[in-house]
Unconditional design. Structure first.
Length: 110
């Protein structure tokens, strides 16, 4: 199960991180917590648009497709909305012990 969370993360500002939990025991401790934000405010957006609040981003929804494509829907600066697209990849040696299948199963549960 993937959980996204928001927080103040200097020097990036208010940004989004993530944690992975076991499908078998989601109430247990996280298997992995991101050490850095995966989504953070864009200086380019703040220059192009007169945002209401600087250095703030928050995600609203995450969709993981069967092909491993991850779409994150987010708001920024209390002014704009956007999407970020990424791809799940196979774990490397030393990575946490959850699988791509675990992530897909967690995201597809009603």
């Amino acid at each position: 199960m993937i959980l996204s969370f928001h927080g103040d993360t200097p020097p990036w500002g208010y940004a989004v991180g993530w944690a992975a939990f076991s499908i078998k025991d989601p109430s247990g401790p996280p298997l992995y917590i991101s050490k850095q934000p995966y989504l953070f405010p864009s200086k380019n957006v703040e220059k192009l648009v007169n945002v209401q609040v600087n250095k703030v981003i928050f995600n609203s929804a995450i969709n993981v497709g069967p092909d491993g494509r991850v779409i994150t829907y987010f708001g920024e600066g209390d002014t704009v909305i956007g999407t970020a697209v990424s791809q799940l990849v196979a774990p490397r040696a030393g990575d946490p012990q959850f699988t791509y299948s675990d992530c897909i199963k967690a995201m597809m549960k009603p």
